[in-house]
Ligand binder design. Structure first.
Ligand SMILES: C[S@@+](CC[C@H](N)C(=O)[O-])C[C@H]1O[C@@H](n2cnc3c(N)ncnc32)[C@H](O)[C@@H]1O
Length: 382
């Protein structure tokens, strides 16, 4: 399998951000204050795309303190993108000063961090009362304010809900399908965690730079998450910090097991790949073992379970070769202790580890844990 878009530094920083003060200081020293600042502001620039930008380009000077040094970086807010550069601007309209360690905790630490060391200066001169809105001085001030708001929003505001993120990044998980409200029901409790999420099916098929809409949606929903996307085609063109693509075939159980061993355990796995029934079943058995206890495995587009052209079956709805046949087995497995059987029965891996199966239109969510509750008392006649 090919791995694209590694980001060890970012992974390390996410872990570091919840450490004790002395460990954070030492960790940043080890990574290098400049590299840490660059990684954090790359993330801020990416998050800033979610918020309204000024009409014209406005560079915002960051002045970050670490161990008696000052580090200069700028983020240029403007229509379309937010660009990061190193160094000091000669005459910045906006200056944000902050302690680097606090910025690390704010960007990648658990929610609710305060920004006690941040100072914001908008150096642009406010226009005199009565100045026309299209006067250059008024426009300059307005843009400086908007740039400040955009960057501060990226630092402090949680991203939008999943449906808004799906629309923004063009994922068909809302609008074509209607999955995001259901996803939000299950994923909201994980939102502030350092989750690892793997999605089968990046999108865009054979075009290397196209696709990744849902991966970006996950990345912004889980601001501390690491997002992995597997696709049969090369998708290295869409890799970015916290978002990594892997080339591989979801019907190849051995490669999936290797992937799970290398990158797992995952908190969440989503199957939005080929939707061919044999592939869905192979992927589930290979990857469910690499979901952590307490995690979720989601299968989308389970309607193909009923479509013969996709390996499905509309006649025998329990056909074990279909996705819904698999789901039915998992539901029976939830109650394996209570089934009346002749002779010994050795519970399967999924009998022992599936603790919940939640079905919605075209989508199934499978919860992992320890399914070891006692059966009903033996004194009750079967
Ligand atoms: C529906 S798109 C994924 C859309 C994406 N998850 C989203 O919501 O934005 C399906 C993707 O699955 C990939 N795919 C098809 N067969 C596959 C297989 N056997 N293994 C891995 N990926 C596969 C396709 O190349 C395609 O990019």
């Amino acid at each position: 399998m090919d791995l694209a878009g590694g980001s060890t530094t970012v992974e390390d920083l996410i872990v570091l951000a919840e450490g004790a003060a002395s460990a954070v200081q030492e960790g940043v020293r080890t990574h290098g204050a400049g590299r840490t600042a660059e990684a954090l502001l790359t993330e801020v620039a990416d998050r800033a795309r979610l918020f309204p930008s000024p009409q014209g380009e406005v560079p915002v000077q960051f002045d970050l303190g670490f161990a008696g040094q000052r580090l200069g970086f700028s983020l240029t807010a403007g229509p379309g993108s937010v660009k990061l550069a190193g160094g000091w601007l000669p005459d910045p309209s906006v200056i944000i000063r902050q302690d680097l360690l606090e910025l690390l905790r704010e960007v990648y630490g658990p929610a609710g961090r305060r920004h006690a060391t941040r100072e914001v200066h908008v150096a642009a001169r406010p226009p005199m009362p009565g100045l026309a809105a299209d006067d250059p001085i008024a426009q300059h001030f307005n843009n400086a304010q908007l740039a400040t708001r955009q960057v501060i929003a990226a630092l402090t505001q949680p991203p939008d809900d999943l449906t808004e993120l799906a629309v923004r990044f063009g994922s068909d998980k809302w609008g074509h399908h209607w999955y995001t409200p259901n996803y939000q029901r299950y994923l909201a409790p994980y939102r502030e965690d350092r989750v690892k999420i793997l999605e089968l099916g990046v999108g865009g098929y054979d075009r290397p730079d196209v696709g990744g809409a849902s991966l970006r949606m996950w990345k912004h929903y889980f601001r501390r998450g690491l997002v992995y996307g597997l696709d049969i085609f090369d998708k290295s063109g869409i890799a970015e910090p916290r978002l990594r693509t892997i080339r591989g075939d979801q019907s190849d159980a051995a490669s999936l097991a290797e992937l799970g061993g290398d990158l797992g355990p995952f908190d969440i796995v989503v199957d939005d790949g080929s939707h061919l029934n044999p592939h869905v079943i192979t992927s589930f058995h290979a990857l469910f073992q690499h979901v952590r206890p307490g995690g979720l495995y989601v299968i989308e587009d389970v309607q193909t379970s009923y479509w013969p052209g996709w390996g499905g079956n509309s006649t025998d709805l329990n056909d074990p070769a279909t996705t819904m046949g698999l789901v039915k087995q998992l539901i029976d497995g939830l109650n394996h202790q209570d089934l009346v059987r002749n002779g010994e029965y050795e519970p399967t891996y999924t009998d022992r580890t599936v603790t919940g199966v939640f079905a919605h239109h075209n989508m199934v969510v499978i919860e992992k844990g320890l399914n070891t509750e006692q059966p009903a008392p033996a004194s009750i006649p079967r």
